[in-house]
Design a protein around this ligand. Structure first.
Ligand code: PEP
Length: 250
């Protein structure tokens, strides 16, 4: 049985004043052997929050990283630095990085490889735009995004990774995918990977992301191929995030 992962993507939100009570509330939530909790604050808060999480089961991740290992890349943050301050995970290929910052499939694949080279678990985000869904191209787009990573790093790399299906039209919009739409894409991802390695595909955690809230989470998490969620807006409100964690516990 796959464990569920509930990951909070704080995006560019938070302050030292606001983060404290939120982290405290998350640390106070009941734990469960089959549910892992992860928070991904902005870079500048990682080291401080890592100290607060020490000794707990709550894991820490970053929202982005450089594809380069080190060097003259002003403003960039490397995988080694993220490990150094206590991160276990890093999000790669979030749709905001792809659309607002021009990250293409190859750069996302290089970031995925850079993360793994330093022992970080990448959370690879894939997802279609609304126009692509309306043109019935959802599977084609997801396949292209997945294949870019597989071509660079191979199927074995998926044994140390998480995938997040995040339809772009559902992120931050309040329009979530229906449980059936999510299940369809999650099953498509798993089947596509199973052609290369059935065991890796069967054990891979595939998260759903896109306007998940306490009101819709139970039906999404009840789908057989949905192994948790990547939560944006609702991860900033402790009551919402704790309810989502409770739904993951079942
Ligand atoms: C996200 O940022 O990955 C996300 C899914 O955001 P939201 O939950 O706010 O739609």
């Amino acid at each position: 049985m796959r464990r569920k992962l509930v990951a909070g993507n704080w995006k560019m939100h938070g302050s030292r004043l606001d983060n404290g009570p939120l982290v405290e509330a998350i640390l106070g939530a009941p734990t469960h052997a089959n549910v892992e909790c992860l928070i991904c604050p902005p870079f500048v808060y990682l080291a401080e929050i890592a100290r607060e999480l020490r000794g707990s089961t709550v894991r820490l991740g970053a929202q982005n990283l450089s594809a380069e290992a080190q060097g003259p890349y002003t403003g960039e943050i490397s995988a080694a630095m993220l490990r150094d301050v206590g991160c276990d995970y890093v999000i790669v290929g979030h749709s905001e990085r792809r659309t607002l910052f021009g990250e293409d499939d190859l750069l996302v694949a290089r970031k995925f490889a850079a993360a793994q080279a330093r022992g970080l678990t990448p959370i690879l985000c894939v997802g279609e735009q609304l126009s692509e869904r309306e043109a019935d191209r959802t599977h084609e787009v997801i396949a292209r995004q997945l294949d870019a990573v597989l071509d660079l790093t191979g199927i074995a790399s998926l044994a140390r990774a998480v995938i997040a299906y995040e339809p772009v039209w559902a992120i931050g919009t309040g329009h979530t995918a229906s449980p059936a739409q999510a299940q369809d894409v999650h099953a498509f991802i798993r089947q596509r990977l199973a052609h290369r390695d059935a065991k890796i595909a069967a054990s891979l955690q595939i998260l759903y992301g896109g306007s998940v809230k306490k009101g819709n989470v139970r039906d999404l998490f009840a789908q057989s191929d949905v192994d948790g969620g990547l939560i944006g807006g609702a991860s900033l409100k402790s009551e919402e995030f704790l309810s989502i964690m409770a739904a993951a516990r079942g």
